[in-house]
Each structure stands twice: as structure tokens, then as C-alpha cells.
Design a protein around this ligand. Structure first.
Ligand code: CAP
Ligand code: MG
Length: 419
């Protein structure tokens, strides 16, 4: 018989192997506990241990223990702890099962006052169990005609309440003004004032007309978020109507649902746009929860093609390290396709220069209010956004470009100013 006790999960001499999943946590231990004691409890509870010492026949036990292998104490209470997990602990290709370990019970343990999963280093054996994205940054030229510039998208506002007629009319103006993608808002799905099927059919029909008229591919990020079987049905409907993209509120719908949608997307050649509504419930507090960096990693493994990662602080919402997260989404991950990061939230033509400086051009820029709030309406707003991107790509100051025969940009800068 053997005992499994908390101390068994701490080994500061342990070097993670190439097949371990290595997680970085920031931890504030409970007031009566040392960092070592808290760290070993975290490793234990997230792997195969529990609060009581267990007595198990060794012959019946596969060793799946995690190891708290590094502790770096901060000046304040707590510090960072590295935990290495053997891959055999995890079911191949199940994000739900992985998260139930590394971001499960430990989030509520009394042994820690707070705990945040900051980052993961994913071993190839785990990554291989997931499909990863189909298109990633390649959507810019494989599905759209954005070339080297950022992909441009717009979400009609008000976010809910517009009739289908009004929604389609705004879409038409935005596409004509120069955006590539119409996008549904995160809380627009299938409501009586703008029913899903009618909206999709009519919007995609106008997208085809505008593709013809402008000579640039126009498409639509259709929010299919719903119960999983219904999402599958909606994805198939989008494909039947000739659409190339679907959007899922990935956090509220859940990762298993995203994994199901990823399979369906592949059958129909659909790219997946991940909206992250509710992410801030996990990542906003810097001492507790799950970082956006980790959520973005999870999203890439599950196979989304785009994900919102913030505006590097230039927009209306709080952001965690947008450049660092974007770099990870494009980094080499054993040949897995990259992900196109989406900057969104309070963007307007006056911040585009600064945004591109911070994040580069291999991004999608999504603006709602910053287009439809233009003094001369949606089409002018879309032109202004496109002109601001042109200026930034050419290295011309926004105001100079506005004065050089771009009145829509001039009106936007007069209204909102420039960074
Ligand atoms: C932006 C937006 C997006 C957020 C998402 C909104 O509208 O449509 O959902 O940007 O945030 O509903 O607020 P505006 P994030 O362009 O009018 O601000 O990208 O940080 O997840
Ligand atoms: Mg929105």
C-alpha cells in the first residue's frame, strides 16, 4: 500500500520533460500556509490527489501525479508556481477534460487566497490531439481580398433591435464603403425582430451583389451561437447560403461546443470567428482566474480562425497584453495553423495609426460605433476607416491623408480626434 500526500507533489529539483504540460500559476497562499504547502496542494488537486492521504495498492495505480517544480516568490503576498503535468493525465483531444484539471477545483481551494492560470506550454503530444485552425491569418487572401492590409469588419449598431431591413441596409453601406466583413453582435442570434435565417439569406445575397460591384470579396461573420445541435444546423444553413464564415461566442457556448462546430466548419469550408464575450469574468482580475493568454491558446487548439484579443489599450475595454497574445497566436506550434487576432471595442479611424503601430497589419480591425457613428453615416464611416488604414500603410500622417482629398477621414478626425 502507498500513501499519496500533498508533499508528494512538490519537487523543486524536477525538470519538466518534453511531454509534460507545463502551467504557470500566480498564487497567493492562505494566511496560514507557506508557498510550498500551497503549491503542492495546487499540483495535487489539479492532478490525482485530494485532501486526505490515500492508501492505494501500487499495482492498481498509474502514476499521474503533477509536480510543483518551481516557485518564485514576489515582493507582495504569494508568487509564481510552475506545475508540470504528465500528458497521460489528459484525454486526447478533450479541452473540457484538460481545463477541469488545470483550471478546475483549484480555482476555489481554501489553500490559496487567489490563484490565476497565467500561461501554458503545450507539448506536441497534446497539441496533436486537436485540429487547430483551418485558415488562420490566411483568410485575408484565401477568403477575402484584403492583401497585406488588415481585414476590416463592422458590427451594425445598435447591437440588437434593428429590423432585418435596417440590418441589411447598414451592411450594404458598410460593404460599399470598403469593409470586407459584416459581423453580427455577440448578443444578436435569432430574435423576433431580426430572425436568423432571413437575416443570413438576405445579407449574403447583398454580399454577393457588393462583391460584384466593388470587385472585392465581401462576406459575413454570422453569429450561430446557440445550443450545440442548433449551432450545427445554423452552420450548415450558412454554408448552404454560400457564406464563408461563422461566428461563435466561444466562452459562453463552451469549448466542447466549439470543438463540435470546428468539425462541421471543416466539412463546409467555413472559417470560425471567435467572439470572447464573458472572457473578462475569467481574466480581468490580475490575481485570480484564467488569463486571456491561456483562453487564446485554448481557442487555437480547438480550431478557431479568428479571436478577439483587444486593442492594446487603445479602445473602450480593458485589455491584457494584446501584443504578447497576438504573438503567441502566430507563433510556431508544431506546425499548427496560426490565428488572426481581432482588435475591437471603441475603435475609430483616429486610432488606426497607433493600433497598427502596436499590433502590425496582420490583424482584423472591427469597428461598430467608429463606423456607424460617423457624422455622414455608415458608408462614409467605412470609407474613413479604409482611408485611415491606407494612410497608416503608406506611413502618411492621418491628418495629411485626410487633407489630401479624403473628406470622410477628415470628418471622422474632426469628430473623434486622432491618437
Ligand atoms: C464592439 C463590440 C465588440 C467588442 C468585443 C461591442 O463595438 O461589438 O463586441 O469590441 O470586445 O459589442 O462592444 P464598438 P473584445 O466597435 O462599437 O465598440 O474585442 O474586447 O472582446
Ligand atoms: Mg459586440
Amino acid at each position: 500500500m502507498t500513501g499519496i500526500e500533498y508533499d508528494d507533489f512538490l519537487d523543486l529539483d524536477y525538470e519538466p520533460t518534453g511531454t509534460d504540460l507545463v502551467c504557470e500559476f500566480s498564487i497567493a497562499p492562505a494566511s496560514d500556509m507557506s508557498m510550498e504547502a500551497a503549491a503542492s496542494r495546487v499540483a495535487s488537486e489539479s492532478a490525482n490527489g485530494t485532501w486526505a492521504a490515500l492508501h492505494v495498492d501500487e499495482a492498481e495505480l498509474t502514476d499521474l501525479s503533477a509536480v510543483a517544480c518551481d516557485i518564485r516568490e514576489n515582493a507582495g503576498p504569494g508568487g509564481n508556481v510552475t506545475v508540470a503535468y504528465p500528458t497521460d493525465l489528459f484525454e486526447d483531444g478533450s479541452m473540457a477534460q484538460i481545463l477541469s484539471c488545470i483550471a478546475g477545483n483549484i480555482m476555489g481551494m481554501k489553500a490559496v487566497d487567489s490563484i490565476r492560470l497565467e500561461d501554458c506550454k503545450w507539448p506536441e503530444t497534446l497539441v496533436e490531439g486537436f485540429p487547430g485552425p483551418q485558415f488562420g491569418t490566411a483568410v485575408a487572401h484565401e477568403k477575402l481580398d484584403a492583401g497585406d492590409r488588415p481585414v476590416l469588419a463592422t458590427v451594425p449598431k445598435p447591437k440588437v433591435g434593428l429590423s432585418t431591413d435596417a440590418h441589411v441596409d447598414i451592411a450594404e453601406q458598410a460593404w460599399r464603403g470598403g469593409v470586407d466583413l459584416l459581423k453580427d453582435d455577440e448578443n444578436l442570434t435569432d430574435q423576433y425582430f431580426n430572425p436568423f435565417e432571413d437575416r443570413v439569406e438576405r445579407s449574403l445575397s447583398v454580399a454577393r451583389e457588393l462583391t460584384e460591384e466593388t470587385g472585392e470579396k465581401k462576406d459575413y461573420l454570422v453569429n450561430i451561437t446557440a445550443e450545440t445541435d442548433e449551432m450545427v444546423r445554423r452552420a450548415e444553413f450558412v454554408a448552404d447560403q454560400g457564406g464563408g464564415f461563422i461566428m461563435v461566442d466561444v466562452v459562453t457556448a463552451g469549448w466542447s461546443a466549439v470543438q463540435t462546430v470546428r468539425d462541421v466548419a471543416e466539412k463546409h469550408d467555413l472559417a470560425i470567428h471567435a467572439h470572447r464575450a464573458m472572457h473578462a469574468a475569467f481574466d480581468r482580475m490580475d490575481h485570480h482566474g484564467v488569463s486571456m493568454r491561456t483562453l487564446a491558446q485554448v481557442a487555437r487548439l480547438c480550431g478557431v480562425d479568428h479571436i478577439h484579443t483587444g486593442t492594446a489599450g487603445l479602445g473602450k475595454l480593458e485589455n491584457e497584453d494584446t501584443p504578447g497574445i497576438n504573438a503567441w497566436l502566430k507563433s510556431d506550434l508544431y506546425g499548427t495553423t496560426d490565428v488572426l487576432p481581432v482588435a475591437s471595442g471603441g475603435l475609430h479611424p483616429g486610432v488606426i495609426d497607433a493600433l497598427i503601430d502596436a499590433l502590425g497589419t496582420d490583424i482584423a480591425i472591427q469597428a461598430g460605433g467608429g463606423i456607424h457613428g460617423h457624422p455622414d453615416g455608415t458608408e462614409a464611416g467605412a470609407r474613413a476607416l479604409r482611408q485611415s488604414v491606407e494612410a497608416s500603410m503608406q506611413g502618411v500622417p492621418l491628418r495629411d491623408h485626410a487633407d489630401a482629398g479624403n473628406p470622410e477621414l477628415a470628418a471622422a478626425l474632426d469628430k473623434w480626434g486622432a491618437e
